[in-house]
Design a protein around this ligand. Structure first.
Ligand code: BGC
Length: 821
């Protein structure tokens, strides 16, 4: 719905709201709901995760997936569907998600997530699309269009530069302006400009010292003024800090439930002149318009059709990484053994706020019955918890001997990929590699099928004849994988991230995750393939890589006005889809440093055997521009640029030159030679400071007393034995969960959360003054702190009662029954 169609209603409602009511509307009333105003017919909004399936919690809510949720279709995670390089498919899935949200009475869906995969260690990489902003932005924009087509608001997240899970609610991302614009904001820019989301979630983190949720440059200047975002900015859960700064900067709704603390602070700030009431009005208008835009009449959904969509989406996202001697596909009646714990207990999604209760889940062992393959036997093969088990290995080898081909289901265990915790390495558990080696001694026909949401090191790959990476592909994953194995589907997935040979080769190795208060983005623009291609470093699998059962020949590349036209031919014997990738290189003249090759467009095309087709890939100014940090604007350097098309970033098939009109070259400021050479492993302080254009901020925790915005993990170093004890208790719970093989999301959340969030998540039971008193106790000032805590608790009870009665008084004097918005 266009905003101006109904803004009269909003205007009328606005005129009748008191300042306190307006302020109260700007924070949540429960874990998943905003506040309403009954007397004016303003309903509460229901917000729910998540990015690849609806997670509407039942009963008591905890926001991190501990409490159960209503069953919903689990679609492929973003990391999986990104491999389809197919925005139309992402839009269809988005529409499926939107339909279920609407059916369950959810107005605002908290996704998609499109943060850049800065490091393959990112704990939430499974929830994100890519290391490349164009791919991430286009897939996310499509998802947003789909979700919103159902009348449900999408909420792209987490804006912005939110790359690590460790200390995620406090960490300060220190990044230069050019990298910020060209890499970390670019995907969001595409989403906002292409898909006009009705909502957007700010990140927990700080960017260059300022919380994302109160960042005037990001929220007001860039998001709203430059890109024209006209929706509501929602905080991440517990991510609010100073509500006054947030409102001034352009953030609309603080979630989940800071009680009336934030509302009172807003009212007081308006009364003292610290905050302009016009800012409050602007934010409330955004919220009311969000209510207007979302549809609330639930429509039934065909869950069988939704499952089929999930399965089809998964099948388009599988990446064939290796296929020696064309082992795959396997023909009718082919005799297979199925080995591996993941074949019985599928891992099809990650842990955390995005976890869905699937409507249906078929394991590989069940799904095989519906295929043309003949199952000769199955074995568990290994323990999921990583413990070596020689008996399981011996059984598996025995089973393998009875088959023509082994389908070996390996993957990362649940603990390896979760919200709240980054990965420590890129390896498969050793006991799975032991099993693979043992099987390889018995047969050379092993197909490894991987379930993992991210990149892996694969030193073991020589033991397998074929490797299929399914990522975490939702409830249809097992069936989709068998569709590819049997050739019912010709694989067309292409990696949306680089697979390094070793983690140590990666530009963020040693920098990620940062354990201090700042995370320094020293590699600058050289994220993922932008680094590897620039320095010609070998990788295990390049960005954009993926095999097919057919082959494509790139016949011609023609540059027309504003577009590249590529002709390709399917020269194999079966139908298949190719993703034509277009990269722009560095121009020939002098100028600012740039990666050797950057993705600037792509198009997927399906061709019958022998068929030739053309794709048209738009090529506008944006493909050539750089951010000029001195002039604070985009700039195109005039010059002759190579335009390269190919099957992946390392497999360029055709090159053309284009002469681009533009301005003068921009010369790098002194000190950036390393960046000109892409030598970003171990960037020294001087070079990073030159890139930032300012001194590097302090990167150590202060030795002083704990502050309201320090994470609870800092209690470990507190002077107070009580605080150290509290930390040990948390740590023990974390450890216990890790030993049991399942992450404890709530404990991880607490450990990374700052003290202030206690007041933001407890729906008024704990005020900010009480959180401050808790910090005092944690600093060892027990008596004073406890005294303050008692005083603040009493004050909180009294003020909450008074706020409630002020709101009730307005209500009593004017009550309407029905919803007007
Ligand atoms: C996550 C968000 C999620 C929210 C609500 C947060 O911890 O970072 O992505 O939408 O919780 O569950």
């Amino acid at each position: 719905m266009q905003k101006n169609e109904r803004s009269d209603v909003v205007r009328t409602v606005m005129e009748q709201l008191t300042l306190l009511e307006k302020a109260a509307l700007l924070s949540g009333g429960s874990v998943w709901e905003s506040r309403g105003v009954d007397r004016l017919g303003i309903p509460q909004l229901f917000l729910a995760d998540g990015p690849h399936g609806l997670r509407k919690q039942l009963g008591s809510s905890d926001h991190l997936g501990i409490a159960a949720s209503e069953p919903a279709t689990c679609f492929p995670t973003a990391s999986a569907i990104a491999n389809s390089w197919d925005p139309a498919l992402a839009e269809e899935v988005g529409a499926g998600l939107g339909a279920e949200a609407r059916a369950q009475g959810v107005h605002v869906l908290l996704g998609p997530g499109l943060n850049i995969k800065r490091s393959p260690l990112g704990g939430r990489n499974f929830e994100y699309y890519s290391e490349d902003p164009l791919l991430a932005g286009r897939m996310a924009a499509a998802a947003v269009r789909g979700i919103q087509s159902a009348g449900v608001a999408a909420t792209p997240k987490h804006f912005a530069v939110n790359s690590q899970e460790l200390i995620r609610m406090v960490s300060d991302s220190v990044v230069d302006e050019r990298t910020l614009r060209e890499i970390y904001l670019r995907g969001f820019e595409i989403v906002v400009r292409e898909a006009a989301p009705w909502a957007l979630m700010s990140g927990y983190n700080r960017i260059n010292g300022i919380y994302a949720n109160e960042h005037p440059l990001l929220l007001r200047q860039i998001l709203r003024e430059e890109w024209g975002f006209d929706g509501a900015v929602v905080t991440d859960w517990g991510g609010g800090n100073d509500p006054v700064a947030a409102i001034r900067a352009g953030s609309t709704l603080e979630m989940p439930s800071p009680g009336f603390d934030s509302a009172r602070r807003i009212v007081a700030a308006v009364e003292t002149g610290e905050l302009d009431e016009a800012d409050v009005d602007a934010r409330v208008t955004e919220l009311l318009e969000l209510i207007e835009r979302t549809t609330i009449d639930p429509q039934p959904v065909d869950l069988i059709a939704q499952h089929e969509l999930a399965r089809r989406a998964a099948s388009q996202s599988i990446v064939l990484l290796r296929n020696e001697g064309d082992l795959l596909p396997l023909g009718d009646g082919h005799r297979v053994a199925i080995i591996g714990d993941f074949a019985t207990t599928p891992r099809f999604q990650g842990a955390g706020s995005s976890q869905v209760e699937p409507t249906r889940l078929v394991s590989t062992l069940n799904a095989i019955e519906a295929t043309t393959l003949t199952l000769t036997g199955s074995a568990r093969g290994f323990r999921r918890d990583g413990v070596e088990d020689a008996t399981l290995v011996a059984e598996a080898v025995e089973v393998a001997r009875g088959a023509e081909t082994v389908l070996l289901y390996l993957g990362l265990p649940e603990l390896a990929e979760s919200e709240g915790i980054d990965r420590q390495h890129l390896q498969l558990p050793q006991n799975q590699i032991t099993l693979l080696s043992a099987l390889a001694a018995a047969t050379d026909r092993i197909v490894v099928v991987l379930s993992a949401g991210a990149a892996l090191e694969m030193p073991w790959i020589g033991h397998s004849a074929a490797v299929l990476h399914g990522y975490l592909s939702g409830q249809g994953a097992a069936e989709a994988m068998l569709d590819v194995i049997t050739g019912a589907v010709n694989p067309s997935g292409r990696l949306a991230e680089t697979f390094p040979v070793r983690l140590a080769d990666h530009p963020t190795a040693g920098l990620f995750p940062s354990v201090g208060p700042t995370a320094e983005y020293r590699e600058g623009l050289y994220v993922g393939y932008r680094y590897f291609t620039s320095v010609n470093a070998p990788v295990a699998f390049p960005f954009g890589f993926g095999l097919s059962f057919t082959e494509f020949a790139y016949r011609a590349l023609e540059l027309a006005e504003g577009a590249a036209i590529v002709t390709i031919e399917n020269v194999g014997s079966i139908a298949g889809s190719e993703t034509v990738q277009l990269y722009v290189g560095r121009h020939t003249g002098p100028g600012a440093h740039r990666p050797k090759r950057q993705l600037r467009g792509f198009a997927k095309v399906t061709l019958a055997p022998g068929e030739t087709g053309t794709v048209q890939i738009p090529l506008g100014d944006e493909a050539f521009r750089i951010w000029d940090a001195q002039e604070n604007r985009w700039h195109v350097e005039a010059g002759v640029y190579p335009v390269e098309v190919g099957a992946n970033v390392e497999d360029i098939r055709l090159i053309a030159q284009i002469e681009v009109d533009g301005g003068m070259p921009r010369v790098d400021v002194p000190g950036l030679t390393r960046y000109a050479n892409a030598a970003v492993l171990g960037v020294p302080d001087e070079a990073f400071a030159a890139l930032l254009g300012r001194p590097i901020p302090r990167s150590e925790w202060s030795d002083g007393p704990l502050q309201l915005n320090d994470p609870l993990s800092r209690m470990e170093r507190s002077r107070s034995p009580l605080a150290r004890f509290a930390f040990r208790m948390l740590d023990r719970r974390r450890h216990k969960a890790e030993t049991a093989g399942e992450p404890d999301l709530n404990v991880l959340f607490l450990i990374n959360m700052p003290f202030r969030a206690i007041a933001k998540m407890t729906n008024g039971a704990v005020s900010m003054a009480m959180a401050e008193a808790i910090v005092e106790v944690a600093n060892g000032r027990h008596v004073r702190g406890l005294g303050r805590l008692v005083g603040a608790t009493v004050a909180n009870l009294i003020t909450n009662r008074s706020t409630r009665s002020q709101l009730a008084d307005v209500s009593a004097s004017d009550r309407r029954e029905s919803r007007v918005l």
